[in-house]
Design a protein around this ligand. Structure first.
Ligand code: PT1
Length: 280
């Protein structure tokens, strides 16, 4: 496992760009392009990874469970079958750090044993066994807020004060992680854009991002191609690059450390531009 200090900016001085590598036949944005007849095309997956790396992704986020609104559930065996060959192949071919997007304890421990350096859990390690697996793995951990479950989370989510509630949830998960023996320096937090949130909720969270940053943990954001961008621009998923890059800029200006995106090249260009005008 390559240990990364996410509290430090990388040598290029910009926030890290995390390129999405979805190993799911039903992803919302690049759905199934890496599958043929429901079987993973490893060559195509590695070509996709090569593109993300050549576009200067700082890390690759490998996920075998789609968590977009309304996504199908996946079995443990299926998830392992999807992600493990990909992580192993990435480790043997690239230098780039890999994160594992999962909530499953066995997937956490297997992926980190195979070389993943970051556990990206959209369920913030609430599944039985996930906390222990993540702790024992030694990897960095991203804790994300979600209201509800992917199948139903967009059915009228309600908050009294979305910023306060999301922040309180994340700090409680931090407390649980620390109590379980995970050092704080391994933790980062993510408000979970689009996970049980309407446009106004997402907007309030992005506006308040400095409050999350002020907690002292690196902040990860995923805004890329989400419905939020569609709500704002009226555009379908494959035409949301410009809106997504604009949101990535706003998140970077507000102190995000890691930006999870599909369109790595466009996002890196924008971040390079921002860095000239507003050096960190
Ligand atoms: C995210 C994230 C993620 N998002 C982290 N991991 C997804 N840490 C997967 C929509 O509104 O933000 N942070 N892993 C993708 N999930 C979604 C959610 C995709 C909402 C689309 C939407 O369209």
């Amino acid at each position: 496992m390559s240990m990364i200090d996410f509290a430090q900016r990388p040598a290029h001085g910009r926030p890290r760009v995390m390129g999405v590598l979805n190993i799911t036949p039903d992803s919302f944005s690049d759905g199934g392009t890496l599958f043929i007849n429901n079987a993973l095309n490893l060559d195509e997956t590695l070509r996709r990874a090569e593109t993300l790396v050549s576009e200067e992704a700082d890390l690759l986020d490998v996920g075998g469970e789609s968590t977009r609104p309304g996504a199908e559930q996946v079995s443990e065996a299926q998830e392992l079958d999807r992600v493990m060959p990909v992580i192993e192949a990435l480790m043997s071919r690239f230098d780039v750090p890999v994160s594992i997007d999962t909530s499953n304890p066995l997937v956490i421990s297997s992926a980190v044993a195979a070389g993943a350096g970051l556990v990206n859990d959209v369920r913030a390690l609430v599944r039985p066994g996930a906390l222990d697996a993540a702790r024992d793995s030694g990897a960095a951990i991203s804790l994300m807020h979600m209201q509800g479950q992917p199948g139903t989370m967009q059915d009228a989510p309600v908050y009294q004060d979305v910023v306060a509630e999301v922040l309180a949830f994340l700090l409680e998960r931090v407390r649980v992680c620390v109590a379980a023996g995970i050092p704080k320096h391994r933790l980062m937090i993510d408000p979970g854009f689009g996970f049980g949130k309407e446009l106004a909720h997402n907007a309030a969270l992005l506006q308040a991002l400095p409050e999350f940053v002020a907690q002292g943990f690196p902040v990860l954001v995923g805004l890329s191609r989400k419905r939020m961008v569609g709500d704002i621009t009226g555009r379908p998923v494959n035409e949301r690059v410009c809106g997504s890059v604009a949101l990535a800029m706003l998140a970077a200006q507000r102190g995000a450390s890691i930006i999870r995106v599909h369109d790595v090249g466009a996002t890196v260009d924008a971040l390079k531009t921002l860095a000239v005008i507003e050096p960190a």
